[in-house]
Ligand binder design. Structure first.
Ligand code: MG
Ligand code: MG
Ligand code: ZN
Length: 385
């Protein structure tokens, strides 16, 4: 067993909002009746590689507090894929997006590489606004599995082309070069999106916070040329992107929205066996979870579901650990097979309690929205092949 010990010093930070939400719980005034109405909006937050020990290390390193503790219901999913007990992020995200177990590397296609309709496409077909936000490139496996169909996750330039086959309303992530600096052809997908009415901007042109959006325009922002830097080294764009995404998608005069937000790099910290990288990325996502829950509570018609695709690194918290100084050991530099917690909040949150397959996340989100018919896109996608 490969064992890599890392000693992490963490200062105790007490967040004001946590203290407030805790006092509500303590006073017993938190609502106990499940929402009976169905949500208008669903926000799915994926912490890539965020297993229960990543969560534990994050919470203890954060003064024993987290925004996740505001969630009313907790479930557990089984993350294995169709061809391996240990899933990769492509098969993991495809299970959430399409409700089918598939092979590792598959982007919203089944075991025969045939395209499967995604939650984002179904939402769009039903008149909802849609969005994707990631701290990886926007064509990386997790966000890609909601918008593209490809036999292999590494076909980034082909995945970028699939952004032109949807009407996605808002996206933020890295990967500019897959749109306008392509190896396989001379296409400039940024210009092609603009000619279809999109406002597309990049880190090269302006900062995200300088942008004021017109609610009627569809928007994309590329935060880097390839993969964005870690939170500790790069610009902290995730909270800003989420704030913009929430106000933009909720201003859309459709029937609600579907938004997927990914904290992509908790996984990369795990692959690097770097516990401080994991904890730093966890803290960034924790802040965003708080921001989203604040917004959703005010809105009252938004279901928030937070989970991970798999655990990364086989992280274990060692005997020498203290609350504010976690000593972490890793057993792997890849993903592990541990089951994964699901945290839910808002209308229909109760249907996410229990133990189930990762594919049930898709079924439960459709059920929460009240979608009973199969996606009309299913046949259309299959005919295209
Ligand atoms: Mg992953
Ligand atoms: Mg990912
Ligand atoms: Zn990974």
């Amino acid at each position: 067993m490969k064992k890599c010990l890392l000693y992490i010093q963490c200062s105790v930070i007490v967040l004001m909002s946590c203290t407030q939400s805790r006092s509500i719980v303590d006073s017993g005034s938190i609502e106990t009746t499940p929402h009976s109405t169905q949500p208008k909006n669903v926000i799915l937050i994926i912490g890539d590689g965020m297993g229960l020990t990543q969560m534990t290390a994050g919470i203890y390193s954060n003064g024993n507090q987290s925004q996740y503790e505001r969630c009313q219901y907790i479930g557990i999913h089984k993350p294995y894929s169709s061809d391996h007990l240990i899933t990769d992020s492509a098969a993991g995200a495809t299970a959430f997006a399409c409700g089918q177990k598939t092979y590792n590397g598959a982007i919203a296609v089944d075991s025969d590489s045939l395209p499967l309709p995604t939650l984002l496409e179904e939402a769009e077909d039903r008149g909802l606004a849609t969005g994707l936000i990631a701290t990886s490139s926007i064509v990386h496996a997790t966000p890609a599995s909601f918008i593209a169909h490809n036999r292999h996750r590494k076909n980034y330039e082909e995945i970028a082309e699939d952004f032109l086959k949807t009407e996605i309303d808002f996206f933020v992530g890295g990967g500019k070069k897959y749109f306008d600096g392509r190896d396989k052809d001379e296409r400039n997908l940024i210009e092609e999106l603009r000619s279809r009415g999109y406002r597309i901007s990049t880190y090269f042109d302006e900062e995200l916070e300088e942008i004021t959006l017109d609610p009627s325009e569809r928007f994309g922002y590329l935060t880097s040329n390839k993969e964005p830097l870690p939170h500790s080294q790069g610009r902290d764009y995730l909270p800003m992107a989420v704030q913009m995404g929430l106000s933009h998608l909720s201003a859309h005069d459709g029937d609600g929205f579907f938004l997927m937000i990914e904290g992509s790099q908790i996984d990369w910290g795990g692959h690097a066996n770097n516990a401080s990288y994991v904890i730093d990325e966890w803290k960034e996502l924790n802040e965003v979870v708080g921001q989203v829950l604040d917004w959703a509570e005010k809105d009252g018609e938004t279901l928030v579901v937070i989970t991970a695709d798999h655990e990364t690194g086989g992280l274990a918290i060692q005997y020498e650990s203290k609350m504010d100084s976690i000593v972490a050991a890793f057993t792997s530099d890849y993903h592990t097979g541990a089951m994964i917690p699901v945290y839910s909040h808002g209308p229909r949150a109760e249907i996410f309690s229990g133990i189930y397959e990762n594919t049930a996340i898709y079924d439960k989100i459709r059920k929460a929205y009240g979608w009973s018919e199969p996606s009309p896109r299913d046949t259309r996608l299959r005919q295209k092949k």
